[in-house]
Every structure is written in structure tokens, then in C-alpha cells.
Design a protein around this ligand. Sequence first.
Ligand code: ADP
Length: 375
Amino acid sequence: IAPSSSDDDRGATASRPLQQARGTRDERMGDRFNTSDELTEEEVYDEDAAWKKKKESILKKLPPGVDESAAKQILNDIVVQGDEVRWSDIAGLEVAKNALREAVVYPFLRPDLFMGLREPARGMLLFGPPGTGKTMLARAVATESRSTFFSISASSLTSKFLGESEKLVRALFGLAKVLAPSIIFVDEIDSLLSQRSGSGEHEATRRIKTEFLIQWSDLQRAAAGRESTDRDRDRGDANRVLVLAATNLPWAIDEAARRRFVRRQYIPLPEASTRETQLRTLLGQQKHGLSSEDISELVRLTEGFSGSDITALAKDAAMGPLRSVGDALLHMTMDDIRPITLLDFKTSLGSIRPSVSQAGLKEYEDWAREFGERG
Ligand code: ADP
């Protein structure tokens, strides 16, 4: 299990003031684990120390049925701390952002307004080609809704931690309730909830899948207040835990599991205006000589590229000015390096190609038409 992949172009958010990040985290943890009274002055200014204390306090009050070493692992590797993503970091995807605001962010911030008919969905699926911003969206939802962000990759759950995985799944849901509001983000959900069944399915994988579905159902029941042991706090906590899943292979998810995701949001390849926004943002950090017309041409040339393809292209093009000087760069000043040009991009386009083919794209469009909401 790995924490969500780090975004390599997140420099701008990484330097956000410490104060702001800390405020958000304290709000996220709720007051039950607010250890600020016990922190020394030094620890208040040291995020890692503060989080360490909070973890200790959480581990002392684990809910029944949650294994301690599994809980430790979740708190250390699965809860994502810092390096936050905001809506404004994500180019385009306005429809998806609005759907996520309505389905998660507002209900988490104002649970009193979202009851009865307005009760929020407990699961949402983001599907579409790879590299289109699904992970970024999930992280932004966690930041904007001030939630604890649990990030697991389903493929690592089913491969690396076989045997321990059921305990981990229980600890994951147990801690998500304790640390509510929480987002449980499951990347590559297809590998956990795939259609492989019966003899073809690995026994251990099947057990993890079953445990995941049981925990998720319990959450839904508790939120609806149908639990026999229902207590107000349980219900409130369960109400503010959402399973947000992402997949590049939506058709691999089995039908029963698919139906549990009441909301299924298509995250398509970026359209022209989104590609332009992203290119301008990426170039904004660099010395470049591209005119508006050059950027328009680049937008046209990158038709069919995903957000991550565009990032890869811009990174490669940014190397152009350095490549052209060779060893001499070791003695050059910043001012001596020429700006990035359209020609650098055109050269890079020779090697960096879109990762989704036209045929592949059609599969997503077809699936979206049949099972999804468009965005
Ligand atoms: P996915 O989860 O859909 O496979 P990610 O969210 O991990 O894709 O995106 C991978 C990388 O691509 C990001 O770190 C970012 O650099 C870039 N990227 C993708 N979509 C966007 C977007 N809409 N705006 C800005 N950057 C994007």
C-alpha cells in the first residue's frame, strides 16, 4: 500500500504557509483528538510532531474490532498529510468539480442541510482515461471539505498485504469513522471489485473484496440509522465518510459493485480551453518565448492528450534549451539559458505521444453514455 502518488508539479502548493496547513489539519481531526493542549510550543510549530502525538492519542482509543498494528499502518502510510491540492490547481473539469462540491464538500461542511431527500451518496466513482486528474480531484475534495484523506491503491491491497489485508480494511473503515469527516480514496478500484469470480478469482482477493463490501454496507446502514446498536455519534460519523474510487477500467467492475456507486462521474480528456489553461500554468513558471498564437497552435497539436501527457510534454520541452548547449550548461548563468520556444515543443511532440488511442477513447465514451454522468 502506498500513499497517493506524489504530484511532481505541485511546487506551488507545497510552499503554502505552514499556518494554513496546520489550521486545516486540526479542523480535520475533530475535537476528540485535539491534542493541542498537550503540545509544547516547539511541537505546535512542528507539524510532524503534532501529527505524531495525535496518532498516539488515536491509537490509545481505538474502536472495538480494530487491530492495533493495522491501525498503525493505516495512520502511517494511508492517511495523507500535507501537500494539499485545491480546486484552483486543477485545470478545467468544472462539471466534475461542481458534482463533487454538491455530493461531498457541501454535505461534509453543512451536514444539517443534507438530510432526508438531500442525504448524500456514500460512494462515488470517478472513471476515465489515465492521467486526467481523478487523483487530483479526490485530493482537492479532501482539502476543500477539510476531511481526513485515506488513500489506498486497490492493486497494492490485493498484492502486497495478502493475509493482513482484511484487518487493514477493517482498520481503514474504523479509523475513517473515528477521524470523520473522511474520504476513503481507492485508486484502481477495478482490481478490487472486478468481475473475476468463482474459481478464477484468488481466494485471498475474494476475501478482501468481501470484507470491503461488508464494511462499506455497514457504513451505509449506520448512516441511514438502521443499525441496531445505533448511537447518534456513530450515525453522525458514518454520515461523513465517503468512498471515492477511481478507475481507468470501469467496465472491469462487476455489476453489483457498480450499482453501489450511486454517482459515476466521467472524467474525460481535457478539451481545448482546459489544455490552454494547463499549458499556460505550466509555462508560467518558466522563461519562454511562446506568443498567444504559438499557444493556440500547441493547443491544437495536443488534441487527444491527457493532463499528464501535457505535463510530460511541457517537462520535455523545458529541457530543450538545456539540451542545445550540452556540457557548457555547467558554466552558464540562468540568464544565459535561452527561453523555451514552440520549436522545443514540436521536437518533444516527436517522442511524447498521447497515451490514449482513439479506439480506447471510444470505449470510455460508450461506457459513460451507458452508465455515467458526463463532466
Ligand atoms: P489520474 O488519477 O486520472 O490517473 P492524476 O490526477 O494522477 O490522474 O494526474 C496525473 C498528473 O497529470 C497530475 O499530477 C498533473 O500533473 C497532471 N494533470 C492531470 N489532469 C490535470 C488537470 N486537470 N489539471 C492540471 N494537471 C493535471
